[in-house]
Design a protein around this ligand. Structure first.
Ligand code: ZN
Length: 365
């Protein structure tokens, strides 16, 4: 038995109960997102809780969470989670139970559902959606660690699991988020639920999205209509996100076009939520406070630009056989040309801009 510390709380970790210290940043950001939700008395479910660290943090760090259920199929995990709940003085606000996530989701209602499985969350999506069917409003938080599938290294698995063709290109991590979001939106719409992404995060080995689940047929139709395709030219990096895919030749260089999708075309963040998260972070003493501050300000900046798909300066330089531009110079030039431009949390060497493709090539190439 060992102890780990996160968010100022102490947790037992035990052999045979999964605990990944590399997910601390993700747990920090998600706990901030929970705290930034403007609703009181939330009931939360950590459906694959393992040590219980995530659910306990949501409860202990946020005044708007009234109670949390920690569930896991493993007896060992539940015993560990129970000890952690006691260790942190959760009292009756926290219940740890041995249960199958899908069965629990079908039987019980929660305001906030956390799905943090190994691999893909797809097998749990339908039951998670059912959990919100009778509610006006709720929140669904999902992690996917099958990024190789979503990013296009395993094309057939993506088609099978997500019903989407992946696109393995310079902005494949954004495509991954958009394919996962699209899948959740289309799984929710038949229940007259609009799954609206309010927070999206991509790190090397995982993708995380938090959705606000809003009841209403009209909203469900609106989000379902935000699904489309990305068309891409591997020769000149031309791209277009639209309701329909373009086939044939690239409008810029006439090379053959590739496409990916269906995927979500809309906004990946609620900027007001990001702002509230940044405020909360400033008031908390997380170990990764500085990094969180940086990630949140990147997200806020790129969300403000709004355009889908970023340009990787290394990729452009390679394709056009020119030296790599400095990222600050590239941003300054794009802004001088009258366009919005920012860095992106998806990739440290890329820019997001609303400038037309020709302008981007002029400035960066
Ligand atoms: Zn082209």
């Amino acid at each position: 038995m060992r102890f780990a510390e996160e968010g100022g709380l102490k947790f037992r970790t035990e052999r045979g109960v999964f605990y990944n210290p590399q997910m601390e940043l993700c747990r920090d950001l998600c706990s901030l997102a929970v705290g930034a939700i403007e609703a009181e008395g939330l009931s939360a479910l950590d459906a694959m809780c393992a040590t219980g660290v995530r659910g306990i943090r949501y409860l202990k760090e946020n005044g708007n969470v009234k109670e949390v259920v920690l569930a896991d199929r493993s007896k060992k995990a539940i015993l560990c989670a129970r000890k952690n709940a006691a260790l942190n003085g959760c009292g009756r606000a926290c219940k740890a139970m041995r249960a199958d996530a899908c069965e629990l989701l079908r039987e019980t209602e929660f305001d906030f559902v956390e799905l943090d499985p190994f691999g893909s969350p797809v097998p749990f999506l339908c039951d998670a959606v059912r959990c919100f069917e009778r509610k006006k409003r709720g929140w669904l938080s999902i992690t996917a660690t099958d990024t190789a599938v979503l990013c296009g290294a395993e094309r057939d698995a993506c088609i099978r699991n997500y019903g989407a063709v992946p696109l393995n290109n310079e902005f494949c991590h954004e495509n991954a988020v958009r394919i996962l979001a699209g899948k959740a939106i289309l799984a929710s719409a038949p229940s007259s639920l609009a799954a609206i992404p309010i927070f999206s995060l991509s790190r090397r080995h995982y993708v995380k999205i938090i959705f606000e689940m809003k009841k209403g047929a009209a909203d469900a139709v609106k989000t379902a209509k935000s699904i489309g395709f990305v068309s891409y030219c591997r020769n000149c990096c031309w791209r277009r996100f639209a309701r329909v895919a373009l086939e044939g030749g690239c409008p810029h260089c006439a090379s053959r076009i590739e496409w990916g999708g269906p995927l979500y075309l809309g906004k990946l963040w609620d900027e007001r939520l990001l702002g509230r998260m940044a405020k909360l972070n400033a008031a908390r003493n997380y170990r990764l406070k500085k990094e969180i501050e940086k990630v949140l300000s990147l997200m806020l900046a790129e969300s403000g630009v709004g355009a889908q798909g970023y340009y990787d300066l290394h990729e452009i330089a390679k394709r056009r056989k020119v030296p790599v531009s400095s990222i600050d110079e590239a941003l300054a030039k794009l802004r001088q040309s009258g366009f919005c431009a920012s860095r992106t949390h998806f990739c440290p060497t890329a820019v997001r801009t609303d400038a037309p493709h020709e302008t981007v090539l002029e400035v960066l190439g």
